[in-house]
Design a binder for this molecule. Structure first.
Ligand code: SF4
Length: 552
């Protein structure tokens, strides 16, 4: 009896009909034949080159540029600024995977844009699609005085091996890797498919990596599981490749809903996963001989910080909601050349750092940043910590505005609510959580509601999420808060926190201490009703688990 063919979802079928990396020549052809000539299947395949149809599907693309470890040179930043100005209506977005995204791109302009990116040494290959996405790392790798090792070389090794590699370009879904060399672990190994975390062996102090697998957010969030192993630096690539192969060969392909590694890890458990990995890589791995606890993973890197290199500093710039205008990006590029050594890093909090600034250059650099209106040392806690996904402006899955809303929340809180500690507010347009509402102090998830019979934009509000030492997903405390009053609701929550917190208490602990009822009373939001259309949309969204739009 022959084995029945596995059931495949629609994306699997189009991948088998033509490998998505083979759409390159078609992209060039479509550039001369026009947007209307593009087939639906090729729109999907174009994601493998970082291209996404942007809302409202009127002939424009979002183009995601892959920036491994967030490492950008001044020349690359200048190139992105130039492209943003010429082709993308004057701005770029920094994403939670340390990438850049350009919007408003026309298919006719793609060949020229790809040429210019290639000249600048920037790729879009594998920025979207069922492949390894941008490999994230610590934005201060190599300069952080507290790091265990500089893991940026490992990020580049893994990234370069997987880039455009056809053996790993047809995975069941997107696949995310984080490699961390520092004990703070701000690059979120807990919510990546693979997290390599630098560690010292207890017995002899040797440096290697611990490994986590199967993390992810979206509608069914999972924190990754530890695999009991100690990986030497030279074993890191084979281990990453082995895990990627397990996902490729054993990951679920019948339904997009279950096509992430987290579901396989949940079904197998870490022990079986480890055994399969060892079998595949062909060498054994020592178990972990100790577990290193992470520090508080909140680290925004904003302001002036001493590097491990004598006499050098990095300066972190807070970029509100991750959107940077071409002129500002050009300013950052030119200041980096003038006062640093041309090294820039994007952070996963949608901000930018200028590295390797000699002490004597700090005063003129900081003055120049002030003159340009770029916030650094005195950036408010809100400006440092607020992030927003792409939202309804460009993302087909969004039901609410996010970037503009986030910017207005930021402005309102800066004016009206002084706060004494850091706070992460994450604004998302839908349950896909590209801006990670599950792990925010205050996580906003866009939805629609009925208020006095009218359909309005609204947010579900989760409180108390976090990673590292305090890892937990936020608790959804408020439902369908009208977007027009979200500023005041946040203000009341934060004022309640400031007035009622116990000595030294963090917002996360405070929000866990109060019950849902106490928090709801504090927030004082106007009650709304469910919007039937939204509920139906939500069910479809969760069931079909479409490609998330734009922020990762
Ligand atoms: Fe935002 Fe991502 Fe949802 Fe789009 S898919 S609205 S970018 S969370």
């Amino acid at each position: 009896m022959s084995t029945p063919e596995p059931k495949l979802n629609a994306v699997e079928k189009l991948k088998r009909a033509k490998h998505p990396l083979d759409v390159w020549d078609d992209i060039l052809r479509y550039a001369s034949e026009g947007y209307e000539s593009i087939t639906e299947d090729d729109f999907a395949r174009m994601r493998w080159y970082g291209m996404y149809r942007q809302r409202p599907n009127d002939g424009h693309f979002m183009l995601r540029l892959k920036i491994p470890n967030g490492a950008v040179t001044a020349g690359q930043a200048q190139a992105v600024a130039d492209l943003a100005r010429e082709y993308a209506r004057g701005f770029a977005d920094i994403t939670t995977r340390q990438d850049f995204q350009l919007h408003w791109i026309r298919i006719e302009d793609m060949p020229e844009i790809f040429c210019r990116l290639e000249e600048a040494g920037i790729t879009t290959t594998g920025a979207c699609g069922d492949v390894t996405r941008n490999v994230v790392g610590c934005p201060v790798a190599g300069v952080d005085p507290g790091e265990i090792c500089d893991a940026s070389g490992k990020v580049m090794e893994v990234s370069n091996f997987l880039l455009g590699n056809r053996d790993y370009a047809d995975l069941p879904r997107k696949f995310k890797i984080s490699i961390s060399g520092c004990p703070v672990r701000c690059n979120q190994p807990e919510i990546n498919d693979i997290g390599l975390i630098a560690a010292r062996r207890g017995s002899n102090g040797e440096v290697g990596f611990h490994v986590r697998v199967g993390g992810g957010l979206a509608a069914e969030p999972y924190l990754s599981e530890w695999l009991d192993m100690f990986v030497l630096p030279e074993q890191a690539l084979p281990v990453v490749v082995g895990i990627t192969e397990i996902f490729r060969d054993c990951g679920y392909r019948a339904s997009r809903k279950h096509a992430r590694l987290k579901f396989l890890v949940a079904d197998w458990g870490p022990e079986k996963f480890r055994e399969e990995l060892i079998r595949r890589i062909g060498f054994s791995l020592e178990p972990r001989d100790r577990q290193e606890e992470p520090l508080d993973p909140y680290r925004d890197h904003i302001g002036v910080h001493r590097q491990k290199q004598e006499g050098l500093y990095w300066v972190g710039i807070a970029v509100p909601v991750g959107r940077i205008h071409a002129d500002d990006l050009e300013t950052v590029a030119s200041l980096t050349r003038r006062y640093g050594d041309g090294s820039i890093r994007n952070t996963n909090m949608q901000n930018m750092l200028i590295l390797n600034v000699p002490e004597g250059n700090l005063p003129p650099l900081c003055r120049a940043l002030d003159d340009a209106g770029l916030h650094h040392a005195r950036a408010s806690q809100y400006r440092r910590g607020l992030i927003a996904c792409t939202g309804i402006q460009f993302c087909n899955l969004s039901v609410v505005e996010t970037k503009a809303r986030g910017a207005s929340i930021l402005e309102y809180l800066e004016k009206n609510v002084p706060i004494s500690q850091h706070i992460r507010i994450n604004v998302n347009g839908c349950p896909n959580s590209c801006a990670q509402f599950h792990i925010a102090d205050i996580g906003l998830q866009g939805c629609l509601a009925r208020l006095n019979g009218e359909k309005v934009e609204a947010f579900d509000v989760s409180l108390g999420g976090g990673l590292g030492r305090e890892q937990a997903f936020g608790r959804k405390v408020l439902r369908r808060v009208p977007a027009t009053e979200i500023h005041e609701v946040i203000r009341r929550i934060l004022e309640g926190f400031e007035s009622r917190r116990e000595p030294g208490e963090t917002f996360q602990h405070f929000s866990r201490r109060l019950s849902d009822e106490e928090m709801s009373r504090l927030a004082g939001a106007t009650p709304t009703e469910e919007d039937p259309e939204h509920e139906a949309r939500l069910i479809t969204l969760v069931a079909s688990r479409p490609e998330s739009g734009a922020a990762v």
